[in-house]
Design a protein around this ligand. Sequence first.
Ligand code: ADP
Ligand code: MG
Length: 347
Amino acid sequence: MILVWGSDPPARAVGDRLRASAEPVIQVGAADPFSVRPASDGSHGTLVVHGRSVPLNTISAAYLRPPPPGGVAPGEGRPAVLDWAETTPALVITRPAAAASNNSKPYQTGLLRGLGATVPPTLVTTDPAEALAFCRRHGRVVFKSISGVRSVTRTATTGSLRELLAQRDLTACPTQFQAYVPGPDWRVHVIGSLVLGCMVVSPADDYRYAERSGHPVSISQVAVPAGLRELCLRISAGLSLPLAGIDFRRDEAGKWLCFEANPSPVFTYYEAHTGQPLTQAVCDLLVSARPPAERVSEPGRPPRTPSPPPASVAAPVRGASPRPRRCPVRAGRALRRTVTPPPAAGG
Ligand SMILES: Nc1ncnc2c1ncn2[C@@H]1O[C@H](COP(=O)(O)OP(=O)(O)O)[C@@H](O)[C@H]1O
Ligand SMILES: [Mg+2]
């Protein structure tokens, strides 16, 4: 049984695809009332939703995009499901503790550096003079949130930053400044051992909001160079993220500069632009998780999120059955497809 929690586009896409392929799935919508009936045997209890009762220990994999706490969902079962998600040996995309690294960008940046990524020169400050000195040193900077809340990234030069600082009280809002890296964005999705990249070209400071400034956005799939692929697999394994969306740009010297690893990326946006089979790959990963009955129990050993193996191409995901089952719908189609990057990719 696969649990899908959420109603946003990725959760809908995954739930719909699993249902279309006749996989046993239980979907908890963002606004659905649900509860967890406690068990008397010390197990995690039984999820009750839509009049169905599903013992949590029969769930082999879960795709979780719960609404924010305090949101619309009547949250009776929320803490119990999140607690289950943290500790179950099932495959969970994404365990709450693993997702938490993205709640503080400076913290995650430290982890990314430790995993071998290069991060642009960064300053987090409440001091306007320090911000201006940093900007002077780098010529052009971006500023963005330090929290997990998606920011609308903006760029500034010394002149425009000085004007902005005269209007806004930086001392009241710790802000992250980063040396501006020109060029196209690269978004790399890691899904188990699969690594798929796309390149985003837009004159907007932040391509996700390009429409607001009337700028175009073009997104195309690209082949991920071997070194970058290895780095992305290392990041997703190191952060315990079976699914990750990792953001990069490449500097003039050809070095990859990493902005962040999204622990629960909205992959449907990139799929819609490129046709990459991201939903199918997420479903394949969920389906490949070993059902609870097939797992050998290891007393005393804490459950672990199956993480992607190191760089080998066809390595099975840890915790997956030796012969992974696949969704019949578009099973395995084009998952290893790559294309030659267009010249604009910068090599
Ligand atoms: N140092 C930078 N140089 C150039 N563009 C950047 C830089 N940092 C972020 N951006 C742009 O802003 C986007 C969002 O930044 P990111 O750090 O990924 O934060 P979030 O996605 O959480 O808002 C990036 O995908 C990129 O397009
Ligand atoms: Mg980002």
